[in-house]
Design a protein around this ligand. Sequence first.
Ligand code: ARG
Length: 581
Amino acid sequence: MSLKNLLTERLSQAFAAVAGEPVDPVVRRSRHADFQAEGALALAHRLGRPPREIAAEVLDRAVLTDLCSAVQVSGPGFVNLTVAGGLLDAQLCGMAADARLGAAPAGRPETVLVDYSGPNVAKEMHVGHLRSTIIGDATVRLLDWLGHRVIRANHLGDWGTPFGMLIEHLRDLGESSAAHELSIGDLDSFYKGARVKFDADEAFRQRARQRVVALQGGDPETLRLWRLLVAESESYFLAVYDRLGVVLTRQDFVGESYYNELLGPVTDELDRLDLLTDSGDAACVFPAGFLGRDDEPLPLIVRKRDGGYGYPATDLAAIRYRLQDLGATRLLYVVGLPQRQHFEMVYAVARQAGWLRPPARAEHIGFGLVLGPDGRKLASRAGDSVKLVSLLDEAVGRAGALARQKNPDLDPATVAEVARAVGIGAVKYADLSNDRSRDYVFDWDRMLALNGNTAPYLQYAHARIQSIFRRAGGTPASGGPTGSAPAGDSISVTEPAERALALELLNFGAVIGIVEQNLEFHRLAGHLHAVAVAFNGFFEHCPVLRADREVRNSRLALCDLTARVLRQGLYLLGIAAPNRM
Ligand code: ARG
């Protein structure tokens, strides 16, 4: 159990005894002591007693001698707590001996489906897809590490009316030159080429419409052309994933087309359940509680007048399939916030239809926009959506230049490795370290800075520790991200900077537990940043290699534990931790 939870548990008992009812002691890290409990302040109101008096009575009753070396009432009624040195040491040794670094595996492992990335065929992935891919990848890594069964679902936009015009455009260009345009990742120009003709040319529009009918009717030649488009785009997306270092593979593509044959049966089921309404124009469901601007009930359109199905119908078929056929009990949709209402309506319908029942639940892991330096949606100079591959190339290029500048002695192979780790890591970290529900500004200089809450800052702290071990003439005992626990020297912390680092490190497990629930990766990022800051403070004040043998060994063990936390934390964020920089 984390220190904070241990203290909370003991104080809760004392608070309850004073108040005659359960009270949250509100334990936090503090600058004035190791921890501070603020519960007396709120309780004072309720009991009509001075908070300091309550705090003193709590301290009288609390059993803390084995946990704290000093306790004190302070300020308006805080309880200051100093953790006993022996306890700190024991906890650190326990953590060092634990391959999981104090992060408990899932108590009840479950099948979690993560719907993420979801780019659209024959269209450039935009930065929204980048965000989804990065956040989804971290989600998959974390839940997998905790022992859940994770299903990765890349809900590719590979079906629907646009494919009429896209296939006709493909035929106009000729298969080989179309394939060439798509394989070099010029998806935007392909899409626009089709669009321009569609908007200007009635004959083309006719052909496109007939082509949609042929596609839906399963015409073999049309399906062959459609598959060509999908295959080229998939290869392109896989190249982006590879560049990003995310774990998505070809097997994870389960596009909208997959649900095509389920759309009819799902619609029939909704009809049987009396959930379907014919609104004159379309067959809709009106899930309870969703109102439009004029307080009109909002429809989720299932089947259009022409008999076609759209995005909402596909998501209904998908949610039923995921719950009933895949047996998922936690569904995570990593999609931009503008689609929040769409998903809330899909979940509501799934509940009304009886598909989505506890313990199963569906959560929208929404996120904000990526903004350019001008504060508007990030775009290229021409105003187009930014090409992801060129964005990632630029990240690696910039990081390489910085690496050479910082350390001219690095050999070219190491520079290349560092450039990739830092460049891609910086892009991911800029995304994950921001509260995902907010927009953030894409700023090269800030994300690549060696100082601040950035990937390079964390990576540098990690590399610095590795260099200590190189100078110590040994390799750290620990292995890779999930490597086994080292044999370990006993750790004993005494100096304030050592204690500060220890208290941060010991918080790792609790942070992981919180992020498992809320998938707010900026909390993990913030924790790793706090660890790196504390480490740099420790390194500045506490000699490691020059210390006497026993202290030196303890400090080396503390360094090793720090490196492992940083490496594991970065790994969970999908970010590499090079050994030198
Ligand atoms: N292709 C969609 C888009 O680009 C994202 C798909 C999200 N997932 C889902 N199940 N609808 O907006």
